[in-house]
Design a protein around this ligand. Structure first.
Ligand SMILES: [Zn+2]
Ligand SMILES: [Zn+2]
Length: 264
């Protein structure tokens, strides 16, 4: 079974590619950006192979939690018996609240930032770019937001629907598309919101942490979206290397070693 996990990544790619490449052609943010832009092979490696690490890592996180009856069986039964779409809505709110906290911690705690710097090394935003997340980053942020929902007793169907919705939403946020949600952009995370999160411009640093519900950033005072404007440059100054294996190793190197990595 373990060997088949990358096939799930391939399935995700086949699901997302036609949908979002079509959208990028119809409503491009950057006109003329190539489909096979720099670093696309690296980001495709993330989409396909990261599944291994994430599946095993999340399973490890679940083991101790499921061993304890943290939530009374009656509560779990009541949660799982609700209408499936109501459950999906509740999961989105709950999971994104925990995602906001975890994501903000990855920006503010220096040893966590080393892992998250990989995601922020993206310099070309498109449907594939968001796959570039260090497995440790993904396990802790996804596990931190997903495990509470599993423990609370949401049904497998609702959790599976949420997982698909989250994946598609995440691909959309990084896509090279210029769509506007009007005033709803302060409620629901859209590409303009997350593109600012990846901005090189200092006024946008440490802003827009939410994964799906922009309202969390409004409530916690971290929202940044100048009306009608998009960021012009993406990336960070940290010396992040450009290939999958070197990026996996990057957070574990000493600070001196990280600074000495030659440009590839
Ligand atoms: Zn971030
Ligand atoms: Zn991102």
């Amino acid at each position: 079974m373990g060997l088949l996990i990358p096939l799930l990544g391939l399935r995700d790619a086949l699901l997302a590619a036609p949908l979002f490449i079509g959208l990028e052609r119809a409503l491009p943010k950057e006109r003329g950006q190539k489909l096979l832009r720099p670093d696309w092979v690296n980001d495709a490696a993330y989409l396909i192979f990261n599944r291994w690490f994430i599946s095993f890592g999340t399973a490890l996180l679940l083991l101790p939690v499921l061993a304890y009856p943290l939530v009374p069986a009656s509560v779990r039964a009541a949660v799982g018996a609700q209408n499936e779409w109501l459950q999906v809505f509740e999961i989105v709110v709950l999971a994104d609240f925990f995602f906001y906290i975890a994501h903000r911690a990855f920006h503010t705690v220096p040893w966590l930032w080393r892992f998250h710097a990989i995601h922020h090394s993206i310099e070309h935003m498109d449907w594939l770019a968001g796959s570039r997340v260090h497995p440790i980053d993904q396990i802790l942020t996804k596990g931190g937001s997903f495990v509470p929902c599993i423990v609370l007793g949401f049904s497998n169907e609702a959790l599976a629907t949420y997982a698909t919705l989250y994946f598609l939403h995440s691909v959309l946020l990084h896509s090279n598309v210029r769509i506007s949600l009007g005033p709803l952009r302060w409620l629901i995370a859209a590409p303009q919101f997350h593109h600012w999160h990846h901005s090189r411009e200092p006024e946008a640093w440490n802003k827009n942490f939410a994964g799906q519900i922009a309202l969390f950033d409004v409530l916690f005072g971290t929202a940044y979206m100048p009306s009608g404007q998009w960021t012009k440059a993406y990336g960070i100054d940290d010396p992040v290397p450009h290939t999958y294996v070197n990026q996996l190793a990057y957070p574990f190197r000493s600070e001196r070693n990280r600074l000495e990595i030659p440009a590839e």
